[in-house]
Each structure stands twice: as C-alpha cells, then as structure tokens.
Design a protein around this ligand. Structure first.
Ligand code: ZN
Length: 182
C-alpha cells in the first residue's frame, strides 16, 4: 500500500513556503525582471487562483511576470507543492514509478516532471516552440575550395558540420521539450 493511501502528503504542504522556496532559488539577490534583467521591480498583486504566487511589474520595461514565469514550473497542471514533493522524492532516490504512486500521478507525468527538474528547479524553458513536425533542412555541402582549401576546411568542413550538428541537436531537444509540454 502506498503512503498516499494513508496520508495525502501534498495536502499538508504549505503553498506559501513552496513559492518562497522558488523565489529564494531563483532570485537569491532579489527579484529581477526575466525579460530585461532589471532589479527595478515592484509587486503587482497575486495570481487570481494561486494567492501565494506573487506577480510583479518591471519599472524598466513595463513587463509583467510572476514567481513562475519562464520556468519549467509554469504552465503545468500540477500545483507547485506537487513539484516540490517530486523534487524531494527525487532527492530520496525514489524511482519515477514510486514517486507516481506517492503522489497519485501517472508514471508518464512524473517522468516528464523529473526530466524537467533534473535541469534545475527554475531552468528556463526554450524560447522557441516548434511544431510537432520539424524538418531540418540546413545541410552544408562543401563542393570545392576554389584555391582556398584552408578557408573552406575551416568554415564549411569543420565549423559548418559541427554547427549544423549542434543546431540539429538543439532543435531535437526543443521538439522533445515541446512535446512534453504539450
Ligand atoms: Zn524588465
């Protein structure tokens, strides 16, 4: 029998403390605007449905954001306290399956959560979101060097291939991430 059958652990966790934890991790030196990095930020009320989720307004760029904006924790269905518990269980080396049992979640949901959390509690989500079908058409073919073999080898041969590989890997990562967010 899972512990969740006896105790609803997430119901015992204090939301305010969870948001304080995120703030402390994210902005140990004080809140900064995620758009322009200015520290000239004022509080701007709280989220309508999550009263512990602080909203802010940047005086430099007039941007609005909150505690979770731009983090892996934003835009997910799970409340923050479930994320925090998931992180705690990961620290105890529980498997995704065990965590799912404890939290009463699907194993696939937990797998997505732990993948995100391994990149950091407030790791940035990718700025570019790609559609499900992504074609990478950028292929560099070096056809000749026109008397400048050194330059071609440098630009097209080595850097070009390595750069393409890096871009392809980045696109694959983004695509994977987009799928997991969808
Ligand atoms: Zn700003």
């Amino acid at each position: 029998m899972a512990a969740s059958d006896l105790i609803n652990l997430s119901g015992l966790i204090d939301d305010a403390k969870c948001f304080a934890l995120v703030r402390q991790h994210r902005w140990p030196e004080g809140v900064r605007c995620p758009a322009c990095d200015s520290g000239a930020v004022i509080r701007d009320g709280c989220d309508d449905t999550q009263p512990c989720r602080q909203r802010y307004r940047c005086k430099a760029c007039s941007g609005r954001f909150d505690d979770l904006t731009g983090t892996v924790l934003a835009g997910h269905h799970q409340p923050l306290r479930v994320w925090v518990l998931c992180l705690y269980f990961m620290g105890l080396n529980l498997s995704n399956r065990q965590i799912a049992l404890e939290l009463g979640l699907d194993g696939s949901d937990v797998q997505i959560m732990t993948e995100h959390l391994r990149r950091g509690l407030v790791a940035k989500i990718p700025e570019v979101t790609l559609e499900d079908e992504v074609e990478i058409n950028e292929v560099y073919v070096v056809v000749g060097h026109k008397g400048q073999p050194a330059a071609v080898a440098k630009r097209g041969g080595l850097d070009g291939a390595a750069g393409w590989q890096a871009r392809r890997d980045a696109a694959r990562w983004k695509r994977r991430n987009y799928r997991s967010l969808a």
